[in-house]
Design a protein around this ligand. Structure first.
Ligand SMILES: NC(=O)c1ccc[n+]([C@@H]2O[C@H](COP(=O)([O-])OP(=O)(O)OC[C@H]3O[C@@H](n4cnc5c(N)ncnc54)[C@H](OP(=O)(O)O)[C@@H]3O)[C@@H](O)[C@H]2O)c1
Length: 301
C-alpha cells in the first residue's frame, strides 16, 4: 500500500472533525475523497484548493455515498450532531446514517474503516446521541470490517459557543468546578486519525478515547483568565437551566458519575501526536482571539 495511490473517503469534510481529518490525511499524502452536499459551497471549494477531491454526497441519499466509496482503501465515518431539532437530524437518523455507511463500506471492500464516536461512551445512558453512537459502534464491531473506533472527548472549541457565557466573562459547563473532564482541539482529532490510518496493524480492532488534557472547571477559568489578561469565573450550569433541559441535566449526572468525562490515555495520545495542543497552547493559537473577537461556531454538538 502506498498512500499516494490509495483513496480515503472522508465524511463531513466541510465540518470540524471531517475537515481536520481530510486535511491531515491529505498532508500525509493520501488521496482524499470528500462527499459533500454542495460541491459549489465555499467550504467545498476550499477543500479542492487543498487537493481534496469533492463528490456530491448526502447521508440521505445512500447511492451517492456508495458511489463515493467505489475503489476506496479507507473510510472515515462521522455523523452530524443529532437530537437538536434546529439541525434536522434525529438520533434515529444518526443511527441509520452510521450503520448504513458502515454496511456500504463493507460491500465496497474498504480495508480500513474509522468511526468517530464520543469520549467516555457507555451503553444505556439514556442520552439519545450516546445511545445512537453506542449502537453504531456495536454495528461496526459486528460488521466484519477492519475497523478502528476513536472517541473524541469534549472539543476545546465547544467552549466558544455563546450559551456557555465566555462573552460575558463567565464560563458555565457540564463539569463541577473541582472535578476533571477531558478536552481535545478539533485539529488534533484529524492528526490522530491520520496516525490511525498510517498504522493499520497497530489500530485495527481498537477503540480508544482521544484527549489532550484533563481539566477542572476552575482550571478552564484560570487558564482563560491568564490568556486573556482579565478575570473569568466558572460555575456549573445553574439548577434552573437543568430543570428546563432534561438532556442537559442527564449529561451533568453522567459527568458526575465519570461516565462522560473521557477515558483518554493522554500520554499515549501525546506519543502518537507529539504536537497535540494543550488547552494553554490552544488558547494561544486560536481560543484567545476567538474569545476576544466574539468568534463562535455556528453549530453546537
Ligand atoms: N462537540 C463536542 O465536544 C463533541 C465531542 C465528541 C463527539 N462529538 C460528536 O461530533 C459530531 C459532530 O462532529 P463535527 O462537530 O465535526 O460536525 P460539524 O462540524 O457540525 O459537521 C457536520 C458535517 O456533516 C455534514 N452533513 C450534515 N448533514 C449532512 C447530510 N445530510 N449529508 C452530507 N453531509 C452532511 C456537514 O456538511 P455541510 O457543510 O453541508 O453542512 C458537515 O460537513 C456529533 O456526532 C457529536 O455528537 C462532539
Amino acid at each position: 500500500m502506498t498512500k499516494e495511490n490509495e483513496t480515503i473517503v472522508v465524511l463531513g469534510a466541510t465540518g470540524q472533525q471531517g475537515g481536520a481529518t481530510a486535511r491531515a490525511l491529505r498532508k500525509d499524502g493520501w488521496n482524499v475523497r470528500a462527499p459533500v452536499r454542495d460541491p459549489a459551497s465555499s467550504k467545498s471549494r476550499a477543500l479542492v484548493q487543498l487537493g481534496i477531491e469533492t463528490v456530491a454526497g448526502d447521508y440521505r441519499d445512500p447511492a451517492s455515498l456508495e458511489r463515493a466509496l467505489e475503489g476506496a482503501y479507507g473510510a472515515f465515518s462521522i455523523q452530524p450532531s443529532s437530537g437538536q431539532p434546529e439541525y434536522g437530524v434525529s438520533d434515529e437518523d444518526e443511527l441509520l446514517f452510521g450503520t448504513r455507511f458502515a454496511d456500504a463500506a463493507k460491500r465496497a471492500g474498504v480495508r480500513h474503516f474509522v468511526y468517530t464516536s464520543v469520549g467516555g461512551l457507555r451503553p444505556n445512558t439514556g442520552v439519545g446521541h450516546f445511545e445512537s453512537k453506542w449502537k453504531i459502534e456495536e454495528h461496526v464491531r459486528a460488521s466484519g470490517l477492519s475497523a478502528t473506533i476513536v472517541r473524541p472527548t469534549a472539543f476545546m472549541e465547544i467552549l466558544l459557543l455563546p450559551h456557555f457565557g465566555l462573552a460575558q466573562g463567565h464560563l458555565s459547563f457540564f463539569v463541577a468546578p473541582d472535578r476533571t473532564m477531558q478536552f481535545i482541539a478539533v485539529e488534533d482529532i484529524g492528526a490522530v486519525v491520520a496516525r490511525v490510518f498510517a498504522e493499520p496493524a497497530r489500530f485495527v480492532g481498537k477503540t480508544f478515547d482521544i484527549a489532550a488534557e484533563s481539566l477542572t472547571g476552575n482550571d478552564l477559568a484560570r487558564k482563560i483568565s491568564k490568556a486573556l489578561g482579565r478575570p473569568f469565573t466558572y460555575a456549573r450550569f445553574p439548577a434552573e437551566l437543568l430543570a428546563q433541559h432534561p438532556v442537559l441535566a442527564r449529561l451533568v449526572e453522567l459527568v458526575d458519575e465519570g461516565a462522560a468525562t473521557g477515558d483518554g490515555d493522554v500520554a499515549t495520545i501525546r506519543e502518537l501526536h507529539p504536537a497535540i495542543l494543550t488547552f494553554d497552547a490552544w488558547l494561544e493559537k486560536t481560543g484567545k482571539a476567538a474569545i476576544e473577537h466574539g468568534v463562535v461556531r455556528e453549530r453546537s454538538s
